[in-house]
Design a protein around this ligand. Structure first.
Ligand code: PLP
Length: 464
């Protein structure tokens, strides 16, 4: 065993950690800020610098940092009963949390399975569809239809349904089982109206089902908005149209709400109230605990459950589970998080602030290089486009956006750079004055990066 020596955080990390999305050529050499504390919407770096947490960590710190209620609930549960086997025992937090989540989900999605995060929620939901069709005596009905640009996580199946080519390089994915549809990115509509673009997307879905055979397709999985692709919002009516096609062919509709649930779009769950679809299954994670501790899960409709349980169970066991399913400390943290969100009206605040956030981002569109704005609730982005008539960014746009991000960081704002899109999805407790701070920094950064890139004439702009 190597001798462990006292080292700086950076050198210990560089020597011993493989981080998510690790560029292997720079393993052991890459630089990253070290954060030492956080409060509200701010995080603090080792050198004492205060930064606005633009991405809410990883789309998750809804209630902000340092909330005593969450901390106390975690400490209390850890000191009362910190663990119980989900196979053999039950405790109050998971039961109470499931009851609470069932009251917040749309339709009859009343049955909850808890996991350890978003990827395991997606993986287990997909395994559930496999189980479901086997119990129903339809072993061929196993394929999953997903979308280019969708992101669903890093475990085996979740990665296989992820439609971001960058995630596939040097990994093997389940290509036989998964079929990808086009990205529903409205900027790809070209000369088509939004309605024509949507018709084409629906037709592609119907044609794909016909080509594969409806008796081989188990599920369609979709994020309500494609967050990790940089906030792509499908055309209006997309989800309801896709759900209708699913219903026609007895295909389960899985809404991946790992990002959009728990207030991000101004509702507890975005599927029904924001995107007009009542799914069969909803996956969630992140905001359920505001990132204080790991937790994920999925909610299944009573109608789906009824087909494979009780007298329809066919002797089956759903043998899928995790040591940390129903983890009492995680579930207690989630209950405290939801309680606090209810008490302080944080979801209502997100809904009420969404228009202000949108307008503030749109105010940047007078800047050359700020090509378009996309937002829903408190998640949005500015697309940095040297040529705003182009739907997607070029290599130069990506470099431009990366430079914007770098300048923002120097000015005290963390931005989530996704290709040419500067994404802002702040803690939901952000105030209007703090949104002004965010946009003020973005303005300075886009201006400076634009000047460095030789941009100075105002460009045409679009909002979507
Ligand atoms: N699904 C979506 C829509 C996500 O955005 C993510 C993560 O960003 C995941 C699943 C995976 O979640 P986790 O990273 O918690 O495993």
């Amino acid at each position: 065993m190597a001798e462990i020596q006292e080292t700086s955080v950076t050198s210990a990390r560089q020597k011993h950690i493989v981080r998510p999305s690790q560029e292997m050529a720079s393993l052991g050499k890459d630089d990253m800020p070290v954060l030492t504390k956080a409060e509200g919407i701010y995080v603090y770096a080792e050198d004492g610098r205060r930064l606005i947490d633009g991405p809410a960590g990883m789309w998750c710190t809804q209630i902000g940092y340092g909330r005593k209620e969450a901390v106390d609930a975690i400490a209390h549960q850890a000191s009362t009963i910190s663990f119980a086997s989900p196979w053999y025992m039950s405790t109050s937090p998971s039961a109470r949390l499931a009851e609470k989540i069932a009251s917040l989900t749309p339709g009859d999605l009343n049955r909850i399975f808890f996991t350890t995060g978003g990827s395991t929620a997606v993986d287990s939901a997909l395994r559930f569809t496999e189980f479901y069709n086997n119990v129903l005596g339809r072993p061929a009905k196993k394929r999953i239809i997903s979308r280019i640009d969708g992101y669903h996580g890093s475990t085996g199946l979740a990665a296989s349904v992820t439609g971001r080519k960058g995630s596939w390089a040097n990994f093997d994915i389940e290509t036989d089982r998964v079929s990808f549809l086009s990205s529903p990115n409205p900027r790809h509509a070209g000369s088509r109206t939004e309605a024509e673009f949507l018709d084409d997307l629906v037709k592609e879905f119907e044609d794909r089902i016909e080509a594969l055979g409806a008796d081989t397709v188990a599920a369609f999985i979709a994020e309500p908005l494609l967050a990790n692709a940089g906030v792509i919002i499908p055309p209006k009516g997309y989800h309801a149209r896709f759900k209708a096609v699913c219903e026609k062919h007895d295909i389960l509709y899985i809404s991946d709400e790992v990002v959009t649930a728990f207030g991000r779009c101004g509702e507890w769950f975005a599927s029904e109230k924001v995107f007009d679809v009542t799914p069969d299954i909803i996956t969630f994670a992140k905001g359920v605990t505001s990132g204080y501790v790991p937790l994920g899960g999925f909610a299944i409709s009573d109608a789906v459950i009824a087909r494979i349980s009780g007298e329809n169970a066919n002797g089956s066991w759903f043998n899928n589970g995790f040591t940390y399913s129903n983890q009492p400390v995680s579930c207690a943290a989630a209950i405290a998080n939801i309680d606090l969100m209810e008490r302080e009206g944080i979801v209502d605040h997100a809904r009420a602030t969404a228009g202000y956030f949108r307008k503030a981002l749109e105010s940047l569109l007078d800047l050359p290089g700020a090509g378009a704005v996309h937002s829903a609730g408190l998640v949005g982005c500015v697309q940095c486009l040297l040529d705003p008539s182009q739907p997607d960014g070029t290599e130069e746009d990506r470099a431009f956006a990366a430079r914007v991000d770098e300048i923002c960081f120097d000015l005290g704002l963390i931005v989530r750079p996704i290709a040419e899109r500067c994404v802002i999805s702040p803690p939901l407790v952000i105030t209007r004055a703090q949104i002004d701070d965010v946009v003020g920094i973005l303005r300075k950064a886009i201006t400076q990066a634009g000047e460095e890139a030789g941009l100075n004439a105002p460009a045409g702009a679009a909002a979507g």
